[in-house]
Structures are given as structure tokens and as C-alpha cells.
Design a binder for this molecule. Structure first.
Ligand code: KG4
Ligand code: ZN
Length: 363
């Protein structure tokens, strides 16, 4: 694009932003999310009120392969993106000229998948002359909580999804300090792999969760506490222990009750996640604990964390299931923080598969 066009675009964006600030109207943001296997678009007002949140899931397609196939995901995003955005606007009762900004996930995630959302968002931003906001996917998961209740700082967010396991400290809006993260598999990934070893379909998390409630946690499995002061996590040892248990039992001709193995695996994951989260909340005097990401749907984790927080007098927020898994409303909610700071992306915004949460979200 020519310099002239680019600078005209910048002027239009700044004019739109100034006129919004002057008018003092509520800020209506269109969010777009395509980092993995859900194509999603949403309209959110002031980072708190969801007018629409459309999610076109590809889980059924990827189920056949036992996991997400990147090329298939990108292709499906291309097929779905326009329709999903149109549906989000329609359900919200908004026209594009009533949208103040467009917020899009630009990482981390599958590069080909990210690019579909980023390209669509850039096209709308350029065509309408409205601000473009690049959002970190994990910031989005954390901000799903703001769609439920206002955040209070300092807070500790436990982010557990298929691709991430992170303990994040936030002292103010838009600032993230990673206290700990997984050194190998993400919690959801471990769930999916263990489910596979028990011949359960993808994604396996909900199946293990269900089985766990039918069994007894009587199979001895390790807990990866790591160094005493570490907030990091590790799930690959636990996953191997589950596989070894199955393998050894098969060799000895013994039968393992799958429900008991699932319950034991879940007990190990949940105990470590809960203990480290509570320790971090104590150390940093957190006013709130937020749970985020697909694994936040886990009944065992929700119950254990709720019980511990009640016992410790800590305030806990857990979004409804529909906001825990990937969706664009959480992206629009996180984007609102950048909007209020005037932190906008340029048209050279790109998908960044390994994007760092602590890096500035404004590109
Ligand atoms: O946040 P998400 O939708 O996508 C990523 O950003 O990764 O998380 C998906 C992950 C999958 O690994 C899935 O198995 C897991 O969340 N999950 C669960 C449950 N529901 C979904 N894991 C454990 N228990 C559940 N009930
Ligand atoms: Zn996610």
C-alpha cells in the first residue's frame, strides 16, 4: 500500500477515535477470533456487555483426526469468517458503521488460522476507517471474566486451555506478569492425550471429567510440584505415568478400571493447579482469582477451587462455560482496554504464532 493511502487511513482512524471520545458514547467493538479451531465473531459494548457471540466450531471435523489439523482449520476459517461476522452484527442489531473498533486475536495460535482473522479485521478497519486492535489470545481468555464481573487488582488468573497453562499476576488493566507456565504439555493437552490412551474421542477433556466422577482416585500417580517456590507446571510426567500404568496392567493381564484412572489423573492435575493458584494469591495479596480457558469447564477443578477459595476467604470468578472456551466476545473485551488507551495496530499487523503475553498488545 502506498504511504499516502496508509497515512490517509491513519487520519481517518484518529478522526473516528476523537469523534467517539468527544461524543462519549458507549464503545461498540467487533471482536474476531480464529487462532485455533473455532471461527468466532462478537459484538461487545464497553468491554462488558455482550450483544452477540457467534462461534462456528470445527471440532467435529478435527475429531476424525484425533486433533486439530492446521491446514483444515485455516480452510474452514476462510469458509466461515464472512458469514460469522455478518451473523454477529445481525444478532447484535448493529451495522458496520455503528462499530467503533475491530479487535482481533493475532497470536499465539496456528499461523494460517490467525491470518484469516487478521486479514478480515484489517480489511474492515481499512474499509471503514476504524481502529484496529491486536489482542493476545490469553489476554482474551482472562478478559472473559470481565464479561461476568468487574476486575479487582491485584488479581491472579489461572489460564488453563488446550494450548496454555499459565499463572498470571495482573496489577492493572492490560498488564500481565507471568508467574509460572507449563514446561511441557498444557493441561488441556494432557487431558486430550490421556483421553486418547483410553480410546475416548477428541477433545478428551470433557470425557475424562465425566469418567472421573464415576470412579475413585485409587491409582497412585505423581504430582509435579517442581522446585518448592516454583509456579511452573509440568504434565508430561503425569501423562507418561498414566500410559505406563495402562501398559504394565496390559502386560500383566490385569484390568484397570478406566473411571478410576481418569479420577486419579484428574485428582493429580487439579491438586497442583489449585495449590499453586492459592499460594500465588496469598503471596501477592490478590483481591480476586480468575479462572480462564477451556479446562475451566472442568467440574473437578471448579469444585476444588471454589471450596479452597471459600475456606481461604478469597474471591473467585469463573465465567460460564460458553465464555471459557474460545470465543470472540473475550477478544472484544480485552480489546476495549487497548481502545481506552488509544493503543491501535497498523495495517501491517500479522499473525504471530508464538506471541508473548508480556509484550505490548499494541503493534
Ligand atoms: O480454551 P480452549 O477452548 O482452546 C484453546 O485455546 O486451547 O481449550 C480447549 C481444551 C481442550 O484440551 C479440551 O479437552 C479442554 O479444553 N477441556 C476440558 C474440559 N472441557 C474442555 N478439559 C478438562 N475438563 C473439561 N470439562
Ligand atoms: Zn483458547
Amino acid at each position: 500500500m502506498s504511504r499516502q493511502k496508509e497515512s490517509r487511513y491513519q487520519q481517518r482512524v484518529q478522526a473516528a477515535y476523537r469523534s467517539q471520545l468527544t461524543a462519549g458514547r458507549p464503545v461498540t467493538i467487533l471482536g474476531v477470533e480464529t487462532s485455533c479451531d473455532e471461527t468466532s465473531a462478537a459484538v461487545v459494548v464497553d468491554g462488558t456487555t455482550v450483544l452477540s457471540n457467534i462461534i462456528a466450531s470445527q471440532a467435529d471435523i478435527h475429531k476424525r483426526f484425533g486433533g486439530v489439523v492446521p491446514e483444515v482449520a485455516s480452510r474452514r476459517h476462510v469458509e466461515n469468517i464472512t458469514m460469522t461476522i455478518e451473523e454477529a452484527l445481525q444478532e447484535a442489531g448493529k451495522r458496520l458503521d455503528e462499530i467503533d473498533a475491530i479487535a482481533v486475536t493475532y497470536g499465539p495460535g496456528l499461523v494460517g488460522a490467525l491470518l484469516v482473522g487478521v486479514a478480515a479485521a484489517k480489511a474492515i478497519s481499512f474499509a471503514r476507517g476504524i481502529p484496529l486492535i491486536g489482542v493476545h489470545h490469553i489476554a482474551g481468555h482472562i478478559y472473559a471474566n470481565r464479561l461476568v464481573t468487574e476486575m479487582q487488582f491485584p488479581l491472579i488468573a489461572l489460564v488453563v486451555s488446550g494450548g496454555h497453562t499459565e499463572l498470571v499476576l495482573m496489577k492493572e488493566h492490560g498488564h500481565y506478569e507471568i508467574l509460572g507456565e507449563t514446561r511441557d504439555d498444557a493441561a488441556g493437552e494432557a487431558y486430550d492425550k490421556v483421553a486418547r490412551s483410553l480410546d475416548l474421542p477428541y477433545p478428551g477433556g470433557p470425557h475424562i471429567d465425566r469418567l472421573a466422577h464415576e470412579g475413585e482416585a485409587n491409582v497412585p500417580l505423581p504430582r509435579a510440584w517442581l522446585e518448592p517456590d516454583s509456579y511452573d507446571f509440568s504434565f508430561s510426567g503425569l501423562k507418561s505415568a498414566v500410559l505406563n500404568t495402562l501398559h504394565n496392567a496390559a502386560q500383566r493381564g490385569e484390568t484397570i478400571v478406566p473411571a478410576n484412572l481418569a479420577a486419579s489423573f484428574q485428582a493429580s492435575v487439579v491438586e497442583v493447579l489449585v495449590e499453586k493458584t492459592i499460594r500465588a494469591a496469598r503471596e501477592y495479596d490478590a483481591k480476586q482469582i480468575l479462572l480462564a480457558g477451556g479446562v475451566a469447564a472442568n467440574r473437578g477443578l471448579r469444585t476444588a477451587l471454589t471450596t479452597r477459595c471459600e475456606a481461604e476467604g478469597l474471591s473467585l470468578v469463573i465465567p460460564p462455560l460458553s465464555l471459557c472456551t474460545d470465543n470472540a466476545a473475550m477478544i472484544a473485551a480485552a480489546g476495549y482496554v487497548s481502545y481506552t488507551k488509544g493503543e491501535f495496530a497498523d495495517l501491517d499487523l500479522n499473525g504471530v504464532p508464538g506471541l508473548d503475553l508480556t509484550a505490548s498488545c499494541a503493534e
